[in-house]
Design a protein around this ligand. Structure first.
Ligand code: ATP
Length: 303
C-alpha cells in the first residue's frame, strides 16, 4: 500500500533522514516514534510529496510519488503538524470551503461534525479556537475526503485527555472502515492500543520497525507484582529469586517482585505452594514508555 525505500534528506549540514525504508500494508496502523528532530515530519512530508527527498523512492498504491505526485496524492489525506486556518471564517465555513475545494458531497461535512463532535464549535471563528479545538478541526479536515490512506503528523498534539480518548476511538473506527494509517506521536502509552507496527527513528535512521508485541518480546517485557504476605519470611525472598524473579525488595510484610511477564505467575504460584499466606497482590506491566526508554538508551548510550 505504502512503500518507502532508502529515503534520504539533508538540510545543509543536517542529515534529517538517513536511508529510511519501510512498508505499510493495507489496513495497517503504523506509528512513527522518535525524539524531537529525529526525522519523523521530514519522512511524512516526503511521503505526501511536500518535500523532495535527495534520494530514495516512495510508492503509494504502486504509484511513484516523485514521478506522479498528483495521482499518488489522490490516495491519501495528510494532517500537518501545524495547520493554518482562515481566521476570519467560522468553523462551519471552513468545513464547507474545504468540502467544495475537494469536490466532496455534503454528507462528508455531516460525517466529520459527528465524528469529531464539532456541533458546539460550528459558529466560532478560527481565531477563537483553543489549540486542542484547532487540532480537532484539523483532524476533521484530514478525514473528510474518502481516501484509503491517512497520514497524520502528531494528531494528538494539544488534545486534552478526553480529546485523546475520542481520537483513539475515532482511529479504531477508521481502522474498522479499512483505512491504512501512518501517524507520529509522543504519547507512548497510546501506541500499545493503536499500533499494529511501530517504527522508531533516531537521528534520521529507523532503528526498529516491527509489531508492538514483537518489540515487547524482544526486549523481555517485564512485569511487577506487589504482594502482602501475612507470614513474611526471608525464605520467601530467596524462593522468589529461585523461581525466576529479576529483582525482589522486601519491606515488612510486603514485597515487590520484578520478573519477565511470562515468569511472574510461576513466582507467585511457587510462593503460594510453599505456604506464603498472600493477603493482597497487585500486578503492573511495563509500559511502552519504559520499552522506548530502554531502546533509546541502547542507541544513545549515556556517557
Ligand atoms: N526546513 C528545514 N531547514 C533546515 N533544517 C530542517 C528543516 N526541516 C527540518 N530540519 C531539521 O531536520 C531534522 C529533522 O527534523 P524533523 O522535523 O523531520 O524531525 P521530527 O522528528 O519531526 O521532530 P519533532 O518531533 O520535533 O517534530 C531536525 O534536525 C530539523 O532541525
Amino acid at each position: 500500500m505504502l512503500s518507502v525505500k532508502n529515503l534520504k534528506k539533508r538540510y545543509k549540514d543536517t542529515v534529517a533522514v538517513d536511508g529510511v525504508s519501510f512498508n505499510v500494508n493495507e489496513n495497517e496502523t503504523v506509528v512513527l516514534l522518535g525524539p524531537n528532530g529525529s526525522g519523523k515530519t521530514t519522512t511524512l512530508k516526503s511521503i505526501v510529496g511536500l518535500i523532495i527527498p535527495d534520494e530514495g523512492e516512495i510508492y503509494i498504491n504502486g504509484v511513484n510519488v516523485l514521478s506522479e505526485p498528483k495521482r499518488a496524492r489522490s490516495y491519501l489525506s495528510f494532517l500537518p503538524q501545524r495547520i493554518s486556518l482562515y481566521e476570519s471564517l467560522k468553523v462551519i465555513e471552513i468545513l464547507e470551503f474545504f468540502r467544495k475545494l475537494r469536490g466532496l458531497p455534503v454528507k462528508r461535512v455531516e460525517y466529520v461534525i459527528e465524528m469529531l463532535d464539532l456541533k458546539d464549535l460550528l459558529g466560532k471563528y478560527a481565531n477563537e479556537l483553543s489549540g486542542g479545538n484547532v487540532q480537532r478541526l484539523g483532524i476533521a479536515l484530514a478525514i473528510m475526503p474518502e481516501v484509503p490512506i491517512l497520514i497524520l503528523d502528531e494528531p494528538t498534539l494539544s488534545l486534552d485527555p478526553e480529546g485523546v480518548m475520542r481520537f483513539k476511538s475515532l482511529l479504531s473506527q477508521l481502522k474498522k472502515d479499512g483505512k491504512t494509517i501512518l501517524f507520529t506521536t509522543h504519547l507512548l502509552n497510546e501506541v500499545d492500543e493503536l499500533a499494529d507496527k511501530v517504527g522508531i527513528l533516531v537521528n534520521g535512521r529507523l532503528i526498529t520497525f516491527e509489531s508492538a508485541s514483537e518489540l515487547k518480546k524482544k526486549l523481555k517485557f517485564e512485569s511487577k507484582v506487589y504482594l502482602v504476605v501475612k507470614n513474611m519470611d526471608d525464605g520467601f525472598v530467596k524462593l522468589a529469586y529461585d523461581s525466576g524473579a529479576i529483582e525482589v525488595s522486601r519491606n515488612g510484610t510486603s514485597m515487590i517482585i520484578k520478573a519477565e511477564s511470562n515468569k511472574i505467575l510461576d513466582v507467585i504460584f511457587n510462593l503460594y505452594k510453599s505456604g506464603a499466606q498472600i493477603e493482597n497482590f497487585q500486578t503492573s506491566s511495563q509500559s511502552f514508555e519504559a520499552i522506548y526508554q530502554k531502546l533509546m538508551e541502547e542507541h544513545e548510550p549515556k556517557n
